[in-house]
Design a protein around this ligand. Structure first.
Ligand SMILES: [Zn+2]
Length: 458
């Protein structure tokens, strides 16, 4: 998320902890003082050397992550954490330190453990720059279905540190790993295929020009069947003289069959958040489409006029300071505090956030408020818990994903609302590090005096 950031660790870290990264800071300072070499050959040497440095630091990060995991588990055990809960919150801390999402943090920790404990040859190849972090990840992923012993054996067979993969691209690396896995344990590779089917899902991600990729990961038979049905449909209507292209017809049919309505989106709620200036005065301030991101103001006005032309298909949230009352379309006004862009808070006596508040939180936070976590909001959380005297108001609220909501409850983790624009929250972790999160900017709250190019992307 754009607004998330970390503060310089301002809690009282032990001096030793602060000194731990001194050597790394020296390395960075040495790099900063370097300039590109005067000769072309020298520049190529620099590029290669820097690549080796990246791989080596990825290898060292893996070793540090495994050591941290071991130490934290021991500490947790000493504090009486039950065996089933040992390890909780460790990946989340690694994620914050590495500026990654919690989900990626746990993949990185898994990768590190596999490398350090089961794949010493692959690890050595990483540390010596023979494999990049990405190709190392591919090898670990491909061998994930094997037992520890088989994985060790495959690691030895591949002998990545002996230069096996010199000149090999991603595909060759994957192919070599797969072949070795088949030879070692054909059954588990087959089982992996059936496990993969449980991971079927549909996802949405933004594409350029107000388009979106709707992706379905399906077992191959279903995937082929869906594609064939859409293809057949396109062929039929085209032979009846439909002027649209095959691709267009297939895309339109997918939307119509899924939403159950000819023409697509009617009856299904989509939300738009924009300023009253954008809506009524042709202002160029972009709007926000939850689940997608920023869209041009003109495009948003076009959608609104489609709403007016036909029956209401969506809901338009207008971030307004003027209180102008729109009559003819289904609008819901959000009041932003002049100058700060904060949604105006309202107290409630209820223990749970009322529906109106939950809508505000959803719109204000957009995704999980943990730094670097883009996961959808699943919990409307009290930052300071109700049972600790936390109030039910917008200031004390945060949208969190399922995993982060659980992490927050772990002993040693803390969150506090902080004063300032765009609803800052300070998260602190068991090691005494602090991380800050601010809500993404609402439409109309970016500094208006600057050109569009200097605005921070949301
Ligand atoms: Zn999260």
């Amino acid at each position: 998320m754009d607004g998330n950031q970390e503060a310089p660790a301002r809690m009282a870290l032990p001096r030793r902890a602060a000194d731990a990264a001194a050597g790394i800071r020296d390395l960075i300072a040495a790099l900063e003082s370097m300039v590109p070499d005067a000769t072309s050959a020298g520049m190529i040497e620099q590029l290669r050397g820097l690549e080796n440095l990246k791989s080596a630091s990825a290898g060292f990060q893996a070793r540090v992550a495994v050591a941290f995991d071991g130490q934290e588990r021991r500490t947790q055990a000493e504090h009486g954490v039950s065996v089933s809960e040992l390890g909780q919150g460790i990946a989340a801390q690694i994620a914050l330190a590495r500026r990654e999402s919690p989900a990626r943090g746990s993949r990185l920790l898994g990768l590190a453990k596999a490398l350090v404990t089961e794949m010493p040859h692959t690890m050595a190849a990483l540390e010596t720059g023979q494999l990049s972090e990405w190709r190392t990840t591919l090898l670990v992923k491909e061998t994930a279905c094997l037992s520890a012993a088989d994985r060790c054996a495959v690691d030895e067979e591949l002998a990545a540190d002996a230069g096996t993969f010199t000149g090999a691209g991603d595909r060759s690396v994957v192919a070599a790993a797969r072949a070795a896995c088949y030879r070692r344990d054909p059954r588990s590779v087959t089982q992996r295929a059936s496990k993969a089917a449980t991971e079927r899902h549909v996802s949405l991600r933004p594409a350029p020009d107000t388009m979106a990729y709707l992706t379905a990961l399906l077992p191959v038979a279903e995937g082929v069947a869906v594609h064939a049905a859409l293809s057949r449909h396109a062929d039929t209507v085209r032979s009846d003289g439909d002027p649209r292209s095959r691709g267009q017809i297939m895309a339109d049919a997918l939307v119509e069959r899924t939403t159950g309505t000819a023409g697509g989106v009617s009856g299904v709620e989509i939300q738009l958040i924009m300023t009253d200036r954008t809506l009524f005065q042709g202002d160029s301030e972009p709007a926000r489409l939850p689940g997608y991101g920023v869209v041009p103001g003109g495009w948003a006005r076009g959608i609104v006029s489609r709403v007016q032309d036909r029956h209401p298909i969506g809901r338009v949230d207008v971030a307004t300071e003027s209180g102008r009352d729109p009559r003819d379309i289904w609008l819901r006004r959000l009041y932003t505090a002049p100058g700060t862009g904060d949604l105006v808070a309202m107290d409630s006596r209820a223990r749970l956030f009322p529906v109106k508040h939950r809508r505000f939180i959803q719109i204000r936070d957009e995704t999980c408020r943990t730094p670097y976590c883009d996961a959808p909001i699943r919990h409307h959380d009290h930052i300071v818990a109700w049972h600790n005297g936390g109030n039910t108001n917008l200031g004390n609220s945060a949208g969190l994903c399922e995993a982060c909501n659980q992490t927050k409850e772990i002993s040693g983790w803390n969150a506090m609302p902080r004063p300032g624009p765009r609803h800052p929250i300070e998260f602190s972790t068991p090691t005494g590090h602090s991380y800050y999160s601010t809500a993404p900017p609402l439409p109309g709250t970016a500094p208006r005096s600057q050109g569009p190019g200097s605005r921070r992307a949301a």
